[in-house]
Design a protein around this ligand. Structure first.
Ligand SMILES: NC(=O)C1=CN([C@@H]2O[C@H](COP(=O)(O)OP(=O)(O)OC[C@H]3O[C@@H](n4cnc5c(N)ncnc54)[C@H](O)[C@@H]3O)[C@@H](O)[C@H]2O)C=CC1
Ligand SMILES: O=C1[C@@H](O)[C@H](O)[C@@H](O)[C@H](O)[C@H]1O
Length: 357
């Protein structure tokens, strides 16, 4: 049964003390659109040690409908959900531009957060979160860069780290979506989509991205008017690994995320049909073929599952984060902002992250 709460009394002391670890972590999901509903289902049905207790969305009709579906509380004011004494931890799945305010409130309430990517949409706002968490003196915020939990990316990282193939030289990436939601802007190809490759490059190489250039080729006729799609992104890491990303978000046919490593003594690829996304390659008669995932929920479904389980395990263990944190979110935001600048000017833009608190 769902109940409706519009405001809840602040209880910062009890929230700061953490929760009773003998029971499941009581989680509220803020923003129950496409991803939030998927995460709510994950928490309600799959993640061990978690209990979905509430959902909250500025769209109150949606809040009530999703709450009723899962039999949890509908909290109409997302800020009230953050300080609710019966909520131990939060998943933020609202649009990126809302993340700063919600994450800062969660930090103030002393509650662990799994915030969907991007951490925020500008380096300045992400930096404020980095500083707020540093001032608190403990990690509370994990960022939803789920590719770090994908078996393919984990294998590729281990291969690079082993040194067996020598130093990495190039990473060739392709990131293709079938279609985009309404209002998807040219900047969002960088801020919403390539932000994943920025994180992947940092995760795979263990290096920061120091420069970026974005080239705007001819646009596909399948893209809405005015949308620069595709784009070609070139990044350089600290040691000079060169990364190219074809970002193409209106392919019309399906979802593909590929990464190819070229190293001194070997090469490796992930994301091809039959690879780690679970696709199958078939041969029969005189034909061969495979299937292409429909979208990220299919391609990275297992990665989101692992991401959530490890996050809940970390919250139960009191470490709160087991994956990318606020610095990773900030670094990605800084690279993406430079990418947006480069898209406008066509120039190579150098990135300076400044000191890490
Ligand atoms: N990791 C991944 O692969 C993916 C991550 N995302 C990320 O997930 C987040 C949500 O994306 P979608 O689900 O696609 O968006 P969506 O538009 O489907 O849902 C967002 C929901 O948030 C609600 N909302 C807006 N402002 C709010 C606020 N201040 N407080 C509470 N609710 C608010 C909206 O009413 C809506 O229901 C974004 O950060 C996006 O970048 C999205 C797709 C895939
Ligand atoms: O995060 C995601 C979306 O927001 C984004 O729009 C897609 O391009 C990504 O592939 C997906 O993982």
């Amino acid at each position: 049964m769902s109940t409706t709460t519009s405001t809840t009394a602040l209880s910062p002391d009890s929230a700061r003390q953490g929760y009773d670890r003998s029971r499941p972590v009581r989680v509220a999901v803020l923003g129950v659109g496409m991803m939030g509903q998927d995460h709510a289902r994950r928490l309600a049905t799959l993640t061990a040690g978690a209990e979905l207790v509430a959902v909250s969305d500025v769209d109150v009709v949606r809040t009530d409908a999703v709450a009723a579906e899962f039999g949890v509380r509908a909290i109409h004011d997302p800020k009230a959900a953050i300080v609710d004494p019966e909520v131990d931890a939060l998943v933020i799945a609202t649009p990126g531009f809302t993340h700063e305010e919600l994450v800062l409130l969660a930090l103030e309430a002393g509650k662990p957060v799994l915030c969907e990517k991007p951490l925020t949409t500008t380096p300045e706002t992400s930096r404020r979160i980095v500083e707020a968490e540093a001032a608190l003196g403990r990690q509370l915020v994990q960022v939803g860069f789920m590719r770090r939990f994908d078996a393919g990316y984990q294998q590729l990282r281990a291969l690079i780290a082993s040194g067996e193939y020598g130093a990495p030289l190039f990473l060739h990436c392709a990131h293709r979506n079938a279609t985009t939601p309404p209002n998807f802007s040219s900047e969002m190809l960088m801020l919403d989509s390539v932000v994943h490759e920025v994180d992947v490059v940092r995760y795979l190489t263990g290096e920061e991205v120091v420069a970026i250039r974005v080239i705007a080729p001819r646009s596909t006729t399948s893209a809405p008017d005015g949308l620069q799609d595709p784009q070609f992104v070139i990044m350089e890491t600290e040691s000079g690994v060169l990364v190219d990303v074809e970002i193409f978000v209106n392919t019309t046919f399906g979802y593909e995320v590929r990464t190819e490593l070229v190293a001194e003594k070997g090469q490796a690829r992930i994301g091809l049909p039959g690879g780690f996304e679970g696709g199958m390659v078939t041969q029969s008669g005189r034909g061969w073929g495979g299937s292409i995932p429909k979208d990220f929920k299919e391609r990275f479904g297992a990665a989101y599952d692992v991401e959530f389980q490890r996050w809940i395990d970390a919250v139960r263990a009191g470490t709160n984060v087991d994956g990318p944190g606020v610095w990773d979110g900030y670094a990605a935001a800084a690279v993406c902002a430079a990418g947006v600048q480069s898209l406008k000017t066509g120039e190579r833009v150098v990135i300076d992250l400044g000191p890490r608190p």
